[in-house]
Write a protein that binds this ligand. Structure first.
Ligand SMILES: Nc1ncnc2c1ncn2[C@@H]1O[C@H](COP(=O)(O)OP(=O)(O)OP(=O)(O)O)[C@@H](O)[C@H]1O
Ligand SMILES: [Mg+2]
Length: 243
């Protein structure tokens, strides 16, 4: 399950980055609050409490107070709005982390369990595990899922395969200048077998590499291991299918 665990950590890490940025922004906005000015106004009023009407109507500082307070209120409203927005964002990101962790727990129960599952849910989960990364890399992910019967399978193995395919697709898009698109298409073929295709408009695979990509250790990436497709193919075989 290394693929899923790595993706989970990577994505939680990404979301935590956004959480950090939001916290930072909110803190700097709080610093903008001119609470000192409010204190000065209160002190001024206190010093003149013996005859406030006279202070407000005749003293030049007193006469400026209503206008000043109004400006202060406007000034305080702006950072308040910005902080509220950041807090919203924080809450969303924290919910997202919770979701990713909950998903990981669903998949951490150990392999070898066969359940009746919805393919759409499996596809959805595999995309969501990588969602933060797709957003960050501006990858547009679409799904086309045909009406297919529920699947009796081991969710770990399917996830392991899908997560690596999605991660490969994302890597293939890393160098793309134009729009980065990915599509997961689920269909049922003429033999009644389910087909899940992960399609990207990235670099593509040179023909000479096509026969090698499933070999253990074959990678063209600086930090790649070349395990993903190899173990994915084995997992698919164990499920009675092919990759
Ligand atoms: N969608 C894709 N587009 C282009 N090349 C791909 C794609 N998927 C796989 N490849 C090629 O196949 C190679 C093997 O993929 P595989 O998933 O087995 O290993 P990897 O991604 O390099 O490393 P890892 O072990 O981390 O998955 C990749 O290094 C890449 O050259
Ligand atoms: Mg891979």
């Amino acid at each position: 399950m290394a693929e899923v665990a790595t993706s989970v950590l990577h994505n939680v890490g990404n979301v935590l980055n956004s959480v950090g940025v939001s916290a930072e922004l909110a803190t700097s906005k709080v610093r903008e609050f001119r609470t000192g000015s409010l204190k000065n106004v209160a002190e001024l009023l206190q010093q003149n409490s013996a005859d406030l009407p006279a202070f407000l109507t005749t003293d030049p500082r007193g006469k400026m107070l209503p206008d000043y307070l109004l400006k202060l209120a406007v000034h305080l409203a702006e950072p308040q709005q910005a902080i509220l927005q950041e807090m919203e964002m924080l809450k969303k990101n924290i919910d997202h982390i919770k979701e990713i962790v909950a998903m990981q727990q669903r998949y951490a129960r150990g392999t070898g369990v066969v359940e009746v599952l919805s393919v759409a849910d499996l596809v959805d989960d595999s995309i969501r595990i990588n969602a933060a990364s797709f957003t960050r890399h501006e990858v547009n992910v679409a799904c086309e899922i045909a009406q297919v019967p529920p699947l009796k399978t081991d969710r770990h193995k399917v996830m392991q395969i899908l997560v690596n395919l999605l991660s490969n697709a994302k890597h293939a898009l890393d160098q793309s200048e134009g729009d980065r698109r990915m599509m997961v298409r689920v269909t049922q073929n003429q033999e009644g077998m389910l087909e899940i295709a992960v399609i990207d408009n990235g670099t593509g695979i040179p023909p000479e590499n096509l026969s090698r990509i499933f070999s253990h250790g074959f990678t063209t990436k600086k930090l790649g291991h070349g395990f993903g497709l190899h173990s994915g193919a084995l997992a698919a075989k164990e499920l009675g299918g092919t990759l």
